[in-house]
Design a protein around this ligand. Structure first.
Ligand SMILES: Nc1ncnc2c1ncn2[C@@H]1O[C@H](COP(=O)(O)OP(=O)(O)OP(=O)(O)O)[C@@H](O)[C@H]1O
Length: 755
């Protein structure tokens, strides 16, 4: 493969909207060709991009069949030349290169091609969120805020009265200075004082009432908002879920600051700010030119707020990103404490933590100093405004336009102007933080839910006879790797399928797609006659049972973990627990089935966790059973028990699809074997057609496997591979033979399937 040609690279960068300086790129290209002529084109490209100042660009070279075509444009190495490949429409690919006429071809024609794929700098979630689709988080907060509007007039009224009470206070001061002090009129003073006491009492009452109303409104709102975000998280299309736990947790938590900001700022905008303007008018009425002093500080304060906000923008973003990373690191280190300890990797994690903390601290210091700058500048500005008001007041008194009392009243009212202005500056500064939080929540809310809202879902009454995929392709969001490419694969009623293949071959991914957990990037999954994604997920989950490769247990009891959805009778649970040997765990605990399980299933062994997961599927008795490595953590006896149970529970019309690296133990059940390699079916047939070839390649003696369920009792030959004792009842009524079956190791299976 030759080094990447410059015109095609420039064209690709242009298509990807990665701005590059043409001269620098050309210079870097020439330099790389000279200095790194012997290195791999990918290495050359990385060096070239780095020399041209293009940082954070991901690059990968992969065979065409591994590329998710939706990730085009990319460069293609075809016919000993680099081409720019684009996909104007599904199934259509256009190829172009400098000096050649563009041409169109089908995806199949590119089978031999290699792809050079580039991806621009990872954008911050907020950048994504700003694109087109509006601001769902903001809409949601406003919707909840205005949902029961009854609280707004009450709070506005209370705040209005509290503000109005400032007027009597200033009038009181004015009267005392102008009337009481010159004449020593104690009766007037007493009346005014009683009046003021009443005002203070009323002020206290109103403020308490307002706080109470606001608290109860925001508590209810908090509940509803967090519930909506959490439910969205639960309904999220699983293949789109962010991989960083830190980001995910932060996205859910970010709503809090948004809500708090809006519920307090709405009062500010509705009452405090208009009142500040009203008070400026009142000051102008009483003190003439003093009003200008307060009117003047408004724009200055606004400028301070805007300037601080602007400066905070990048800092807040960076600080949040680092905080999310640190959160993710914390979660990882708690979950992986054993591995960290065992590998003596603590120092590396501590180092990462230190780096992140240092970076967060750096941003925090800058952030804090900016926030302090705005707060102290506004405070100084307020004092300056007060001094200026007094100076102008003296001048006004001298001119005979203002009394002494009027001047005092103006300074009291001035306090009522300055407080909201200072508050407004803080809101402006806070808004930066809040808008970042909003973008984070948006990042989560914009991820697609499993089913479209308002989608009319199908509710098929008949049990499905088949499960099939058609023209299926699957790739994770933002990944160029096509993990599944299956033109057609059908599973019929009564089939017992073993899914084999090397590590990373796509077995788990296929099972998740079949279970409706991952949505195909292209193509369809058909459950019976309907598209699985058109069927109500409740129906899908009753018809399709899925056992994940690693079973997750949750904080609670053994009972609550077994009956995760709560819809299982006690007798069914006990029966299944007994059949799988789980009753022995319960018997070993004083609380029996109510024995406590900690977060993440701590307290149970790996095998026991797997049994709990299996029990969940067994109790659900689905029509289609999708089991991912169901016995990987079990010993021989437990494994045999599992297959026995499955054999008893499976109805003749049920479909069983099992992914496994230990196929021989499950062989008596199997009626079909599929080998999946790099997301494609490399073999598919009856066990007696597929297995001998596989075993021979794996270095084991060919074995006789049942072609049909009735042939399952046929004794099997032990191979040179690892021997495993299992006792499995054949599917027929014939007595169960005790078989010594070889278990192919993952490595062996990987070797077997190399074409
Ligand atoms: N969440 C993910 N994001 C991106 N790639 C993933 C993700 N999960 C799995 N993959 C990739 O998908 C490919 C197929 O993985 P999968 O788990 O389906 O393989 P498998 O055949 O079940 O392997 P194993 O036998 O080890 O369980 C792997 O190359 C893996 O790197």
């Amino acid at each position: 493969m030759k080094p990447v040609s410059l015109p095609e690279l420039q064209a690709l960068l242009g298509k990807l909207r990665i701005s590059a300086n043409t001269a620098e790129l050309a210079q870097a290209h020439g330099h790389t060709l000279k200095t790194r002529a012997q290195t791999h084109p990918l290495e050359q490209l990385r060096q070239l991009l780095s020399d041209a100042g293009l940082k954070d660009i991901q690059a990968a070279i992969l065979p065409w069949r591994r590329l998710d075509p939706r990730r085009l444009p990319a460069l293609l190495w075809l016919e000993e030349q680099w081409w720019l490949a684009e996909r104007p429409a599904p199934g259509r690919i256009t190829l172009s290169r400098d000096g050649a006429a563009p041409r169109e071809c089908t995806e199949d024609a590119l089978h031999e091609a290699e792809v050079l794929w580039l991806r621009g700098p990872t954008r911050h979630s907020s950048d994504d969120a700003q694109e087109g689709q509006g601001n769902p988080a903001l809409r949601m907060v406003w919707h909840e805020l205005l949902r029961s509007r009854g609280w707004i007039p009450r709070v506005v009224m209370a705040t209005l009265l509290v503000n109005l009470l400032a007027i009597p206070t200033s009038i009181f001061a004015m009267q005392v200075y102008d009337r009481v002090v010159p004449t020593m009129a104690y009766a007037t003073l007493a009346t005014l004082t009683v009046g003021m006491l009443l005002m203070v009492g009323l002020d206290w009452l109103l403020k308490t009432l307002r706080a109470h109303i606001l608290d109860s409104v925001t508590c209810g709102m908090d509940q509803r908002l967090s519930q909506r975000v959490y439910e969205h998280l639960l309904r999220l299309q699983l293949d789109q879920q962010p991989r960083s736990l830190g980001t995910l947790a932060a996205q859910v938590g970010a709503l809090d600051s948004v809500r708090q900001f809006f519920s307090s700022s709405i009062i500010f905008a509705l009452v405090d700010l208009p009142f500040a303007l009203l008070f400026i008018g009142l000051i102008a009425l009483i003190g003439g030119h003093i009003g200008w002093v307060y009117a003047g500080i408004l724009p200055v304060a606004l400028l301070i707020g805007l300037y601080t906000r602007l400066r905070l923008r990048r800092l807040t973003r960076q600080q949040m990103m680092r905080s999310n990373e640190r959160q993710g690191l914390l979660v990882d280190s708690i979950r992986g404490a054993e591995s960290i300890r065992a590998s003596h990797a603590g120092w590396r994690f501590a180092q990462d933590w230190q780096k992140l903390s240092q970076s967060i601290a750096g941003y925090s210091i800058q952030q804090k100093s900016l926030t302090h700058f705005s707060a102290t500048t506004t405070a100084s500005l307020s004092t300056l405004a007060y001094v200026a008001a007094i100076v102008v007041g003296v001048w006004q008194v001298e001119a005979g336009h203002l009394t002494m009392g009027g001047m005092i009243a103006c300074s009291i009212l001035g306090g009522r102007v300055i407080a909201p202005i200072a508050q407004g500056v803080q809101y402006l500064v806070q808004w930066q933080q809040v808008s970042e939080s909003l973008q984070m929540v948006n990042g989560l809310l914009k991820l697609n839910p499993e089913r479209r809202p308002q989608q009319t879902l199908l509710l098929p009454e008949r049990q499905p006879e088949t499960l099939a995929v058609e023209q299926l392709r699957f790739a994770f969001l933002h990944s160029p790797l096509q993990l599944l490419n299956l033109p057609r694969l059908e599973f019929k009623s009564g089939e017992r399928v073993l899914l084999l293949g090397p590590v990373g071959g796509g077995k788990s991914t296929l099972l998740k797609v079949l279970a409706g957990l991952y949505r195909p990037s292209e193509g369809r999954v058909r459950l019976g006659d309907a598209d699985l994604w058109e069927i109500d997920p409740q129906i899908v989950s009753t018809q399709v049972g899925y056992l994940p490769q690693s079973v997750q247990l949750f904080k609670g009891t053994l009972r609550s973990n077994l009956a995760l959805s709560g819809a299982v009778s006690d007798s069914a649970m006990l029966e299944t627990a007994r059949a799988l040997g789980l009753d022995q765990i319960a018997a070993g605990s004083p609380q029996g089935m109510d024995m406590e399980i900690s977060e993440g299933g701590e307290g149970l062994s790996g095998g026991q966790r797997q049994l709990v997961g299996l029990a969940r599927v067994l109790m659900a008795r689905p029509r289609i059973w999708l089991l991912d490595e169901p016995t990987a953590s079990l010993d021989g006896d437990a494994e045999a028990r599992v297959w026995q149970q499955l054999q008893q529970l499976l109805r003749p019309e049920d479909i069983l699809i099992v992914s496994t690296h230990r196929p021989m133990a499950a062989m008596p059940l199997a009626t079909r074997v599929i080998v999946l390699q790099q997301g494609q079916v490399s073999r598919d047939g009856r066990p007696d057609q597929v297995m001998p070839g596989l075993m021979a390649r794996a270095g084991g003696a060919p074995i006789t496997t049942p072609a049909t369920p009735s042939a399952a009792a046929a004794p099997q030959q032990p191979s040179a591979l690892q021997l495993r004792q299992v006792r499995v009842q054949p599917q027929t009524a014939t007595p169960a033979p005790t078989t010594s079956t070889p278990a192919a190791t993952p490595d062996a299976m990987a070797a077997q399937t190399q074409e």
